[in-house]
Ligand binder design. Structure first.
Ligand code: GAP
Length: 516
């Protein structure tokens, strides 16, 4: 665990040092759980969004895009259930004055039980050696059975308390399990109360409750309320989808883990409108499609998994998460939910407007069912960075090896596709030739010209930001119009004619490869 935390700290430091992510308002000591994307961060984020948009909208005849406003009529959030039910259970520690999510405190207790079970398994495996049968041990060891029983019992009680909104029982559990403030060790807790996660603000020309506006906590509602506009103007027939990328805001109580849980973040959501009764078939299809999307980027098999929801939200009849193994464990990266007709039905009721689809085949109107795919762009960013950042031993000088830090992002989403550098920065002819190449290639790819250090230093810097190709211009270039192109991953250096650069780079960085 300590090792993982170190790796995570290193990743955060790398993001800052190389211009991917900065703490928001750092000069004022930062704003918690809000981050700014730096020059390379914004390029990577745009590429992630581009890959999502193209795979969803451009590659599907029946999915169209939308860019709805962040502000929506306040009734939207009443109808969607967010005003009444978008809450987290909050608890304060009276001594440390720190604020926690009561359910997270209990989940951390459950994590500790799981760790105890694992410790026992490891110990026994060491003791029994090759003869060790883990499945049998888990079924028979008394201490482990006790931990498992306690784990199952607490997990169920937590799920019941959350679904019943029973704050008193959450508080009782914290007392009974003797859970202390993780920072101060104090058990002097307040009662648990519901805390609504929506940020609110005030419309300029209307005073009081009437003018209360919310920053949207999900982009999906902008899609629901526009469902008929889009269907009519694009003449789509069911099934069809509407996709949107945009900011969402949540006043998270526990906002740790860097860009995993932010107060301002970006979602990429797609609502797929289907005939009632066919939703499970589409739900199954979208689960697989979305998993393939992740795998196409080269995310390791073992670090992605499905996690079926134990308890379903009131609007869903099926829900699964795609979880990724972040440096702090497996956590939700994307959600795929079968949301029934809850949202459209509810907006229809609250607005008094019909939100129905006329089905020409069945010759009747009805409220469609919806299958949703919803992924946080920032979480995807974190997942990619934590997979890509690697340290490896490579051949160094005089037959020795050296450690290099390299960001092995898929070339199609790498912020910079090629860096062009002169072998000597004081040699005007080399500088001019390198700049000529740069000026040509930048029409096709995001490139960088760099002559601020020795070639070795420039290579290291480009490795650290994930640039798939480095192109060096030397004296031979002036004679024969060839350059050296270095591959980030294999470190192979090849001599190629300048005219072939475009074709060579395109072969690896073209998004077509992953879209196909
Ligand atoms: N419309 C459905 C919806 O919003 P969600 O599970 O609450 O569902 C969807 O959020 C995705 O948005 C999550 O899988 C996650 O990737 C991302 N997300 C949610 N809260 C986030 C936060 N506070 N910071 C960063 N990403 C977040």
């Amino acid at each position: 665990m300590a090792q993982q935390n170190d790796a995570f700290k290193h990743l955060i430091a790398h993001c800052k040092e190389y211009g991917f992510i900065y703490q928001s308002s750092e000069v004022y000591d930062g704003l918690s759980a809000v981050y700014d994307y730096g020059p390379y961060g914004v390029e990577l984020k745009n590429n992630i969004k581009d890959y999502w948009w193209r795979s969803m909208v451009h590659m599907h005849d029946n999915i169209v895009g939308l860019d709805a406003a962040i502000f929506m009529h306040p009734k939207t959030w009443k109808a969607s259930g967010h005003v009444d039910a978008f809450n987290d259970p909050l608890i304060d520690n009276k001594d440390s004055k720190k604020r926690y999510r009561a359910d997270v405190l209990i989940e951390e207790y459950l994590d500790k039980l799981r760790e105890k079970i694992q410790k026992n398994v490891k110990k026994a495996a060491k003791r029994f050696g090759e003869k060790f049968d883990e499945a049998m041990f888990l079924k028979t060891n008394e201490r482990v059975l006790r931990y498992q029983e306690e784990h199952g019992r607490i997990k169920q009680r937590l799920a019941d308390a959350l679904s019943d909104g029973d704050m008193a029982d959450l508080r009782a559990m914290i007392d009974e399990l003797e859970i202390a403030d993780p920072e101060s060790g104090s058990r002097n807790w307040t009662d648990v109360r519901q805390f609504n996660l929506m940020f609110s603000t005030q419309l300029g020309n209307i005073a009081g409750e009437e003018g209360k506006l919310y920053l949207r906590p999900e982009t999906a509602q902008g899609i629901f309320v526009n469902f008929l506009n889009v269907q009519k103007t694009t003449r789509q027939k069911l099934p069809f989808g509407i996709a949107q990328i945009g900011k969402a805001f949540r006043n998270e109580i526990v906002a740790r883990q860097f860009i995993f849980r932010m107060r301002e973040f970006e979602q990429m959501e797609m609502q797929y409108f289907v005939q009632p009764g066919t939703e499970m078939q589409w739900y199954e299809r979208w689960r697989e499609t979305r998993m393939r999307w992740h795998r196409a980027l080269g995310m390791p098999e073992g670090r992605l998994r499905f996690h079926e929801h134990d308890a379903l939200a009131h609007y869903a009849n099926a829900a699964v998460d795609i979880e990724f193994e972040f440096p702090f464990g497996f956590k939700e990266l994307e959600g795929i939910h079968s949301r029934t007709d809850f949202d459209l039905g509810s907006h229809q009721e609250v607005s008094g407007r019909k939100l129905q689809y006329y089905d020409p085949q069945r010759q009747e109107s009805y409220v469609p069912y919806v299958v949703e795919t919803s992924i946080g762009c920032d979480r995807m960013f974190l997942a990619l960075m934590s997979t890509a950042l690697q340290e490896e031993e490579v051949p160094g000088q005089e037959g020795k090896t050296r450690t290099r830090e390299v960001l092995k992002l898929h070339p199609a989403i790498a912020p910079i596709k090629a860096a062009i550098m002169p072998l000597k920065r004081n040699e005007e002819r080399l500088v001019n030739a390198a700049q000529d190449i740069f000026r040509q290639l930048r029409f096709s790819f995001n490139c960088q010209y760099d002559d601020t250090g020795s070639i070795g230093k420039l290579y290291s810097r480009q490795d650290a930001i994930g640039t798939p190709y480095c192109i060096t211009v030397d004296f031979d270039t002036l004679e024969d119009e060839t350059v050296t192109i270095r591959d980030r991953d294999t470190l192979e250096q090849e001599r190629v004619p300048i005219q072939r650069l475009e074709e060579i780079i395109r072969r690896r960085v073209d998004m077509r490869g992953i879209l196909e």
